[in-house]
Write a protein that binds this ligand. Structure first.
Ligand code: 5GP
Ligand code: MN
Length: 353
């Protein structure tokens, strides 16, 4: 859920005035009565959901009525209720305003007049919904990954932004949508998630100024933090015990800066009656090991398929490793999908390091 964000490279290109103007014009076109579809990346985290829903609420305030939000694999139960299997809106985010706009992925407008996507560094992160990049009248990409592949037509990609929600707020303000408490809750969740609760290097004065604007709408940072960071089923506490118990330290790995890693299987989840989302914060418990610069959590998602989270304290660019293994991310926080056994996956990582 949390992701470290790197200090912006000096050459990082932010959206130009022309990019912003094109995005505003595209939304104004959508206001004229067309269909608007918002999509965020697969296995959405706080920034993906928060920036998508914050903008969705803003577009609703502008009077856009044919408005849908979704993400790859979203089902009818995505916003709550009896749905049991993945993918779904993770429990910590089930209270977010705007979830009533989320529709199952397979009932999203097939050819929307306007398509906006959030926090996706590449089209593949949109799963089957990536086809809207071709079918939509206009496609606006809101993102902050340095590894963004510049897919889609209109790029609001700012590698210097701490979160996609920074870009989202920029768009809302140019659309002259005033911040209200509901929009602010969404954008605050996104900002707090991607800055690790305002701990990471990207926590600039501008980030705190944005947080101040959001909090000024009357939202409760303490309550939000409790819900998204500090609430977990007891079974998850026990599960963390099992998984942290088997963590391994390899001081000589990564050219001597050290690697700490662990893994969690579907059986671990089943044994403790837990869903996959509870493992999102596991990397934060692993990466604190002082002896290793690089940390890694390998989470089983299928018989021979693993979602891999990597973090660096600064000596290693883990996005380079992730990209080499088919994924992406930031210099200090990245991930990819691994295949085979745990040994295969950690072997591939060791080799890249
Ligand atoms: P996390 O470890 O929190 O899931 O992800 C950390 C960062 O790595 C996020 O910024 C995310 O964009 C990126 N990331 C994680 N998994 C993948 C993946 O499978 N593919 C790509 N392209 N990026 C990923
Ligand atoms: Mn993000």
């Amino acid at each position: 859920m949390t992701s470290v964000v790197e200090v912006p490279a000096a050459e990082a290109a932010e959206p130009t005035a022309a990019d912003w103007a094109a995005a505003v014009a595209a939304v104004r076109g959508g206001q004229a009565g067309g269909t608007v579809l918002l999509v965020c990346h697969v296995n959405p985290d706080g920034d993906a959901l928060g920036s998508m829903l914050g903008v969705a609420l803003g577009l609703r305030r502008l009077g856009i009525t044919q408005l849908q939000a979704t993400f790859p694999g979203a089902t009818a139960g995505a916003t709550g209720g009896g749905y049991a299997g993945p993918p779904e809106v993770p429990e910590p985010f089930r209270w977010l305003p705007g979830l009533d706009l989320v529709v199952p992925a397979d009932s999203a407008y097939p050819a929307p007049d306007l398509f906006l996507c959030f926090d996706a560094a590449s089209a593949s992160r949109l799963g089957a919904l990536a086809d809207r990049l071709d079918t939509a009248g206009a496609a606006v990409v809101l993102d902050h990954h340095a590894s963004n592949t510049r897919f889609g037509g209109i790029h609001l990609v700012d590698p210097g932004a701490a979160a996609t929600s920074v870009v989202a707020e920029g768009l809302l303000s140019r659309l002259e949508v005033p911040l209200d408490a509901e929009i602010a809750q969404c954008l605050y969740v996104a900002l707090a998630t991607d800055t690790g609760s305002f701990r990471f290097d990207m926590t600039t004065p501008a980030v705190h100024e944005m947080a101040a604007r959001l909090i000024a709408t009357g939202i409760s940072p303490g309550e939000i933090s409790r819900r998204i960071f500090d609430t977990r089923p007891f079974g998850a506490v026990r599960l963390y015990g099992d998984v942290l118990q088997r963590a391994q330290l390899e001081p000589d790995a990564a050219g001597g800066v050290g690697l700490v890693w662990t893994y969690a299987t579907l059986d671990d989840l089943a044994r403790h009656g837990q869903k996959a989302y509870v493992l999102e914060a596991l990397i934060d418990s692993v990466r604190c090991a002082a002896e290793a610069d690089v940390s890694c959590v390998i989470k089983q998602v299928g018989p021979a398929e693993w979602a891999v989270s990597m973090r660096s304290k600064g000596a290693v660019d883990v996005s380079r490793v992730a990209v080499a293994l088919g994924g992406g991310g930031h210099r200090l926080a990245a991930g990819f999908t691994g295949r085979g056994t745990v040994d295969d996956v950690i072997g591939a990582i060791r080799a890249e390091l």
